[in-house]
Design a protein around this ligand. Structure first.
Ligand SMILES: *Cc1c(COP(=O)(O)O)cnc(C)c1O
Length: 368
């Protein structure tokens, strides 16, 4: 049975008529950038995350960048972020001219470990970027406390965590600003590139809106330097349609995760992801830790089960960050994770039969 890692086609087929209509409307008006479709989506996205402002952007990477740029992050500043994350989290610091400071993961949540963050804070720390990795919110209360007591900001990278909750509150409005990605494979995916910055702070929202549109406060009045980080109308239209389904898709992801747990709980050679007591996990990824990970991955490949590695190389060991002077051994948890994590297929459309097949293959591998 072929199990792809992602199946966007099945989702499109289910909502095709609505999506096609929404795209047709954009084509009929020939207004392709920002406009009504994007502002309608921004309003709906804000409501869904109980946050005051959403600013539609052209990618999650832009959102990461603006979440720091709007805080005046610049040369001389240090930005704390996890060693185990997608590189875009770190580019935000780099693009602002600041220095990324990596911190090791918590053993159970795989997110930033507040104890290790406390040890990494200096007088230069301008922000702590909490990534809600795999769809599980980081432990934000202790991180906010550390940020507040060191005169710095708590920022969220929520690219993998649409509708996730921390102690009953939606992510996106807990830190001073948050970055979301709508890359097609994310829990809420556009039909192209898109992202958003969310915040409860009026001036951050205003500055992000200005920056995304060439630093203009109005046409040809450039109040600051900026960039073209605008969201396209077609993406706003598609995202508005898909946002309505996101709560039910999220529950379906959680059900898939529950099924994996039930079927894999007695396999001694793997560690299942832990849902922390403070978190509502939205399972962008279902990441297990597996003995003989590489052999298991090849075995699953032969059984036509696609898997992923998130991420195979922690940021401190990437060539792009060599100049920062980190070395192997600096972040033992992140390094160990890179060696034994394995992402299993997870999406709302995955059937019970498919989940059972994946689990049967894993059992077969360890019981040969
Ligand atoms: C996907 C992702 C991003 C970047 O989003 P893009 O829309 O691909 O630019 C940033 N951070 C994390 C944690 C991500 O998973």
């Amino acid at each position: 049975m072929k199990i792809p890692f992602l199946d966007l086609k099945r989702q499109y087929d289910a909502i095709k008529s609505e999506v096609d209509l929404a795209i047709q409307e954009v084509l009929d008006t020939c207004s392709f950038v920002l406009g009504k479709q994007v502002s309608n989506f921004e309003t709906a996205f804000s409501l869904a995350h109980s946050v005051k402002h959403s600013v539609g952007l052209s990618s999650g990477t832009d959102a990461n960048h603006l979440s720091l740029w709007t805080l005046d992050v610049g040369p001389g500043d240090e930005i704390i972020l996890p060693a185990n994350t997608f590189a875009a989290t770190a580019w935000a610091a780099t693009l602002c001219g600041a220095r990324p400071i990596f911190v090791d993961s918590h053993e159970q949540s795989y997110n930033l470990d507040p104890v290790k963050v406390e040890a990494a804070v200096t007088l230069k720390t301008k922000a702590i970027v909490a990534v809600h990795l795999y769809g599980q919110p980081a432990d934000l209360d202790p991180l906010a406390e550390i940020a507040a007591s060191h005169n710095s900001y708590l920022v969220e990278d929520a690219a993998q965590a649409h509708l996730a909750e921390y102690k009953g509150r939606k992510v996106g409005g807990i830190g001073i600003a948050a970055a979301f990605s709508f890359y097609p494979g994310k829990n809420l995916g556009a039909y192209g590139e898109a992202g958003a910055l969310t915040t409860n702070d009026d001036s951050i929202a205003e500055n992000a809106r200005m920056f995304r549109d060439q630093g203009q406060s109005r046409k040809y009045y450039h109040d600051s330097y900026g960039h073209n980080y605008r969201m396209e109308a077609i993406q706003g239209a598609v995202l508005s349609v898909k946002l309505k389904y996101l709560p039910q898709w999220t529950e379906r992801r959680r059900a898939v995760a529950a099924k994996y747990r039930e079927m894999l709980q007695d396999v001694d050679q793997i560690v299942l992801p832990k849902e922390m007591p403070y978190a509502k996990h939205v399972y962008h990824l279902f990441v297990i830790r597996a003995q003989q990970r590489d052999d298991l991955r090849v075995f699953l490949e032969q059984k036509e089960v696609d898997t992923g590695l998130h991420y195979p190389i922690p940021l401190h060991l990437q060539k792009a960050f060599q100049h920062l002077g980190y070395k192997r051994g600096d972040f033992p948890v992140a390094e160990k994770l890179a060696d034994d994590i394995l992402s299993l297929p997870i999406y709302p459309e995955l059937t019970t039969q498919q989940i059972e097949y994946v689990c049967d293959c894993i059992r077969e591998f360890y019981h040969r």
